[in-house]
Design a protein around this ligand. Structure first.
Ligand code: GLC
Ligand code: CA
Length: 551
């Protein structure tokens, strides 16, 4: 494969930064992050090398699910700012070479969206068919056994009409009826309105749900899913040079090629979660986790690298606002917080795909140390707490699960400084700040040449500089090794060798021939390595990459 055949896109070389606005930076002391707060941190992101920001929802919302329940798609939640603030954000970001990607939450709305308020009025209201209504089952209960992701049935009764409406998330997030062409037309209109405001793309919330066929209990990969995405592409962003990424928990390598294949006219890429869910318990899901297994993790990541090597495109991420902190989940917060965070960054950012950084990951922020359910804010955690306790799980066991995998781990305020409330707010934060902010904070990280932050900055810069990182063919080695992650990336006469020790011990490893190279060390965090021969010793959580000299 040569560079000419690679079909380059601008977002192949970019690194994306996800902002959870509520927890990023509060400009007015009400304890809630906001758009002016984000604007005040654009310089921070530019210095890091970020070219795209994905903003979790900033739209008008009753905030039942922190904005993933939208009551007006064409306005900003007052606690986050105004449309004028948003326009200023886009302009200020663009002037620094940064694009703004919005979260598109169109599987459902809020129950306070005017469409739902209308739909709710009567069975013959013109908006009734914007949502999904069914008659009760014979016993008067829900039409079928579908469950909400946040616990309990996915159906709620509307007592007036005697019908149930569908909500695959909370009762306050009714599902839109994508089979109705009027719904689709309204959504496309709204998307075009934002595109004209100058945004650089969309992250599409649970987009694998929109083709659902409720009467067959089919949620993901419904018969018309890809038709809708192709239609959306044609009607909205297809003619523009923007980035789109679908959130698809159900994606397989096969379906990812449908979503992101270059001639499919759908999306730029999807988020797949196999590397996340393979660690969950079969019965309790993420509320009871399994011991970490590197061989499995490698096999999942490699499978996706191979499957999308010639067509489609991978997204690369360890964390987001729904997942635990990367270093807490995969690293070693107690023994080697800095080394393991850098190792994780190295491994991920040198894979093929577009890397995403979740706010705070670049300074090694860790899970929330909450010990009481009262400290949690997330609707999913609170609902699941109630349901699992009712079902007999011990309260301490639930808190342990929430400490490991709950969504609030990622939602504690961004740690900017060592001042009160980590410099996030002058008021009382909506959720407690992690008390390790006196050591883990951005101010300190920027000035320390050896910080996790500076390691991320180097990795982001390397991707812009080296085509082999962007397009090189992936090959894994030592697949069965329980502690070492090893792979190469090859493009024309360039070969990059990446090696990492995923453990807290020093490991001696016999290198296969293909990894024995001499060259230039592009990134390291224990000191440069430029000769790889025979048996080498990797120190705890050491990771580095060597660009081989052409032979
Ligand atoms: C997605 C979002 C999550 C939200 C859910 C419902 O999974 O990432 O935060 O709760 O969809 O919109
Ligand atoms: Ca605020």
């Amino acid at each position: 494969m040569t560079e000419a055949t690679l079909h380059p896109q601008w977002w192949h070389r970019s690194t994306i930064y996800q902002i959870y606005p509520r927890s990023f930076a509060d400009s007015n002391g009400d304890g809630i992050g906001d758009i002016p707060g984000i604007i005040s941190k654009l310089e921070y992101l530019r210095t890091l090398g970020i070219e795209v920001i994905w903003l979790s929802p900033i739209y008008a919302s009753p905030m039942d699910d922190n904005g993933y329940d939208i009551s007006n798609y064409q306005d900003i939640a007052p606690e986050f700012g105004t449309l004028a603030d948003f326009d200023r954000l886009v302009a200020e970001a663009n002037s620094r070479g940064i694009g703004i990607v919005l979260d598109l939450v169109v599987n459902h709305t809020s129950d306070e969206h005017p469409w739902f308020i209308e739909a709710h009025k009567s069975v013959d209201n013109p908006y009734r068919d914007f949502y999904i209504w069914r008659k009760p089952a014979e016993d008067g209960g829900p039409p079928n056994g579908l469950a909400s992701s946040f616990g309990g049935p996915a159906w709620s009764l509307d007592p007036e009409s005697g019908e149930y409406y569908l909500h695959l998330f909370s009762r306050r997030q009714p599902d839109l009826n994508w089979e109705n062409p009027k719904v689709r037309a309204e959504i496309y209109k709204m998307m075009n309105w934002w595109l004209k405001r100058g945004i650089s793309g969309f992250r599409m919330d649970v987009i694998d749900y929109i083709g659902k066929q409720i009467d067959q209990s089919v949620i993901t990969d419904g018969a018309h899913l890809h038709d809708y995405l192709q239609e959306m592409n044609r009607e909205t962003f297809g003619s523009r040079n923007v980035l789109t990424v679908g959130e698809t928990w159900s994606a397989t390598p096969g379906s990812a090629l449908l979503y992101s294949g270059r001639d499919r006219g759908e999306l730029s890429m999807v988020f797949q979660f196999e590397h996340v869910t393979q660690q969950w318990d079969e019965v309790y899901g993420k509320w009871r986790s399994r011991p970490f297994d590197l061989v499995k993790l490698k096999s999942v990541l490699s499978k996706w690298q191979y499957a999308l090597s010639d067509d489609g495109w991978n997204s690369l991420f360890w964390g987001n606002h729904d997942l635990p902190r990367a270093v807490s989940k995969y690293g070693d917060v107690k023994g080697f917080p800095v080394e393991s965070a850098k190792m994780l960054a190295t491994i991920l950012h040198l894979l093929k795909g577009t890397p995403f950084i979740y706010q705070g990951e670049e300074i090694g922020m860790t899970n929330a140390p909450f010990s009481k359910i009262e400290q949690y804010r997330d609707i999913e955690t609170l609902n699941m707490h109630r349901l699992h306790l009712e079902a007999g799980l011990a309260p301490e066991e639930f808190i342990k699960g929430a400490n490991e995998n709950g969504r609030d781990n990622a939602r504690t305020p961004m740690q900017w400084t060592s001042e009160a409330n980590a410099g996030f707010t002058a008021g009382i934060p909506w959720i407690e700040v992690n008390d390790n902010y006196t050591t883990i904070n951005a101010e300190r990280a920027i000035t320390d040449e050896h910080s996790i932050w500076n390691h991320y900055r180097r990795l982001i810069a390397l991707r812009k500089e080296h085509s082999v990182i962007v397009y090189g063919r992936y090959q894994s080695y030592l697949d069965q090794h329980p502690d070492v992650f090893a792979y190469t990336r090859t493009l024309d006469d360039k070969r990059l060798v990446v090696l990492a020790n995923f453990s807290a011990r020093s490991i001696s490893v016999d290198l296969p021939n293909e990894l024995q190279v001499t060259g230039r060390c592009l990134i390291n965090h224990y000191g440069p390595v430029d000769q790889l021969q025979g048996c080498i010793e990797l120190r705890p959580y050491e990771a580095f990459a060597v660009l081989a000299d052409a032979d």
